[in-house]
Write a new protein. Sequence first.
Length: 452
Amino acid sequence: MKIFSKSVYVLLFTDMLIFLFSSLFLYQKISLPDEYKWLTVAGLTLIGLYVLFLKGYYKIRTYNFFLKDSYLLIEGLVLSAMPVCIMLLMFHVQNRTVFKFLLSETALVFLLISLFRTLFYWHRKHIKPDTNVLIIGAGEIGKLMADEILKRPVLKFNLKGFVDNDANKANLVYRGINVLGKTADLHKIIPEYNIKIIIVAIRHEPDYQTLMDISECVPQGVSIWKMPSFYEKIAFKIPVQSITPDWFMYNFTSTQRPVYDVLKRIYDIIAASIILTVTMPVLLIIAIGVKLHDGGPIIYTQPRIGKGGKPFKLYKIRTMCMNADKAGMVDKGNTEDERVIPFCKWVRKARFDEIPQMINILKGEMSIVGPRAEFEDFVRKYEKEIPFYNRRHWIKPGWTGWAQINQGHCVQVDDITEKLRYDFYYIKKRNIFWEISILLKAVGLALSGRHS
């Protein structure tokens, strides 16, 4: 769907020009050493673009210059400037000159990106024409598709209505959206409402006559999408309610690649080793604090369900008082829980208590990225209430994952269903480069205290 990629390319290309020319202009203006010029410019540009990517700046979404987005942009620019600052100081460039350059560059890039983003989204909102959309099927999955479209007005999709052959739904109105007729009426509905996209949201394969009615739309220049594909494009998750068992045959087996599995295992070992090594000094301080608090064990284990539904022991740093999990009081990740050791609130918020899971990864029980490892009791409950829930155990659970950075920690069935949509999207799309991005985003969220 070109409407998404074009906008992303415009944002990415413009930001790249802003980073390049602002850093080049200021580098020459402040008269820094010529021998480091292109290394500095390339570093600021590449790191800056990647940090903004991790912060979601290349998703088409609502943008607010005065609130959260300004803070995220400043935070991203400061983080991207730090490696370049360290590099220039190592090259013995004067401290005052380095800080003057990076402060000026950060301020200029912030102003230019903020200005362009404001103009870009103003154009999308007030000038760019809407794309009229029609959904075939006013049932559960048709309504689910409508919900995703309506919650993303920035995408400029104008949902005109539903079409459904069920006479009982002829007068249905869902969130102000009407049923406009049957598929036999498509030849009249399309020109009348200037429909550009049709989404087929029918749970089972349409009958022959319905397919014939839909196929007649092709000469009218209408794009026709199956609901799962369109949903996936705009929501970056899979609609669990609309998929059937054959979805896993066509989408999961295609991801069972021997080369990928080998690369993923190598990546897991390298990433886990680096995380353990880098965080070891902090872990020692935490361990001493926990031991001095009540003399209890520093590391404890929890039974979780892994690949193939097999149980394993997950390692964590103990951040709660002794015997806090007795009487069914399961630790649900709340930093405000009164059972949490006072100085360990920041430990949980930054997820240092989960670093020992690197041992699980090195043992091959977990992966860096994957679905969250759940308690057995929760798994049995969710398997009964959520379709295809056990399919997430076809791969190793992860220390972080696509669902974790989008949905966070939750235990309610509706929230778990939403997480499962993200898990299935990850299973379908996973690749090494994306997994590296997920890890870096998870680390950034954890260090800023925003990883649930």
